[in-house]
Design a protein around this ligand. Structure first.
Ligand code: UN1
Length: 490
């Protein structure tokens, strides 16, 4: 079946009807597979008004009841897992296994958020004053704008939306203009969950399709309490200051330049598998993709040879074929970015007419300069050699990005050193697994030019709420803090 035919079938199955000026193309063969209505800046204005009204109602609904909506959303996602995953494959080009994994991430975060809806805990804090009690409460924050990228076209919305909903916040989604159909499909499932829920306010979950002007209008609207944006560092550099200027809250999840250290004691067969998955999975288009391999000189020759062999033999092609491990690049600019770095060495593969398929590349370098310091969203793995662990850690940390990192070692001292305060400076640091493929239960995000935000598990939910510190006097006196005497004459 052609991508266009299969998309039509899947959209029918998912109950999606859409058409408009924004055309979606499948990276599989470059063909147009559907279209959606593009929002105007006037639509942004209207969406923010609706979200503000929805917030007024939603914030007073008890969190466990809000969790019920997320539970229903999780049920809809479970029922639609297969067609939604295939649609992700058709529109983003990732292999079906990864499409299924992406929808599973959505289901997992819904389950997490349902539990969380009964656990939005605040602290009780010891008061220095007699007969006083101090507590912290977490209250809903306000409308949240979620700006997502093509490479995880549905999961990143779910990480944000599931938490925002239980936290009491309406969500306005601006998906990537490269993946509008998967967003429409998710919204159709969300509408089904909302209908079953019954009394959710209008405007609780909205989606605005379009490009940068739509994103910018959302970013600038004072009614948007939190802007959660996933994408390039350049995008974050534009969004962050604009939101800060109006004292809005921002959660940034930007570029990575993730490394793996392979130490002399490493289990090399495990390391090899982790390297291939992390470097070539999603055709090198994850923010957690392994981009720099830092190998001890004693094991480097053999390992690099194996990696070159595996990269040369990995099956590249139509991501719907179950044997394929590497699908197409998203579009021509992605290919140009890769070709810019590799020059003549860039190797294209004839897979499906009209799509851009490349052979993952291994590039040995002596130093981290030029393109090694950039995030090129393509399967290029740089290899560096090291002789002692301090040097390897310094190399890991010597880039401007700080998302993910890992070490392969069977030496406890090395592993703990890598995880310590003087080890990796990234938001994610792993031992004996690769830098990509994180579970939703942990906080996800990174430091430096990665933007500092944390999404998904652990206590990331706090970004979606406002903290109120409350001091309650249940005594008959009025003692002041810090022992201050302030006697008002009778
Ligand atoms: C991304 O590329 O924006 O850890 C997110 C991972 C996935 C999420 C990646 N769970 O690779």
């Amino acid at each position: 079946m052609t991508p266009a035919e299969e998309t039509r079938r899947l959209l029918g199955e998912l109950g999606v009807e859409c058409s408009g000026d924004l055309v979606s193309r499948s990276p599989i063969d470059g063909s147009a597979i559907g279209s959606v209505r593009e929002a105007s800046t006037g639509d942004v204005e209207a969406a923010c008004s609706r979200a503000t009204a929805a917030f007024d109602a939603w914030k007073s609904i008890p969190p466990p009841r809000r969790g019920e909506l997320v539970r229903l959303l999780g049920e809809e996602l479970r029922a639609a897992k297969e067609p939604l995953a295939r649609l992700v494959t058709l529109e983003a080009g990732k292999i079906v296994q990864e499409g299924l994994g992406e929808v599973q991430e959505m289901i997992d975060i819904c389950d997490f958020a349902v539990g969380l809806s009964r656990q939005l805990y605040g602290l009780t804090i010891a008061s220095e004053r007699p007969n006083h009690r101090m507590i912290e409460q977490w209250h809903p924050l306000g409308p949240v704008a979620v700006i997502t990228a093509f490479n995880f076209p549905v999961a990143v919305w779910a990480w944000n939306a599931a938490l925002a909903l239980v936290c009491g916040d309406p969500v306005i989604w601006k998906p990537s203009e490269k993946t509008p159909l998967t967003a429409e499909a998710v919204m159709a499932l969300a509408r089904r969950a909302l209908a079953r829920f019954g009394d959710a306010p209008d405007g609780l979950l909205q989606c605005l399709q379009g490009g940068r002007d739509i994103g910018q209008a959302l970013v600038d609207d004072r009614r948007v309490a939190l802007v959660s944006a996933t994408g390039s560092t350049a995008m974050g550099r534009a969004v962050g200051p604009r939101v800060a200027e109006r004292f809005g809250r921002v959660l940034l999840e930007l570029g990575g330049n993730n490394a793996m250290i392979v130490a002399p004691s490493a289990d090399l067969s495990l390391a090899e598998r982790a390297i291939v998955f992390s470097a070539v999975g999603t055709a090198g288009q994850r923010c957690t993709t392994l981009r720099r391999l830092i190998v001890h000189e004693s094991v480097a020759d053999g390992l690099v040879k194996r990696i070159r062999h595996l990269f040369a033999s990995v099956k590249i092609g139509d991501p719907r074929d179950p044997d394929t491990l590497v699908g197409p690049l998203i579009d021509r600019p992605a290919f140009e970015a890769m070709a810019n770095v590799l020059g003549e060495q860039v190797e294209t593969v004839d897979a499906v007419e009209g799509g851009i398929y490349v052979r993952p590349a291994v590039v040995e370098v002596e130093q981290q300069v030029g393109s090694v310091l950039q995030e090129t969203f393509a399967p290029i793995l740089y290899v560096l050699r090291y002789s002692d662990l301090d040097e390897a850690i310094a190399l890991n940390n010597a880039v401007n990005q700080g998302l993910s990192s890992s070490i392969f070692t069977n030496d406890l001292r090395e592993a703990e050193r890598f995880l310590s305060a003087s080890g990796s400076d990234c938001g994610i640091a792993n031992v004996n697994i690769g830098p990509s493929g994180a579970e939703i239960g942990g906080a996800f995000g990174g430091e430096k030019e990665t933007g500092g935000g944390r999404e998904s598990g652990s206590d990331s939910w706090r970004a979606y709420m406002r903290r109120a510190t409350n001091t309650i006097n249940y005594g008959a006196d009025l003692p002041l803090a810090q022992g201050v005497e302030f006697n008002v004459a009778p």
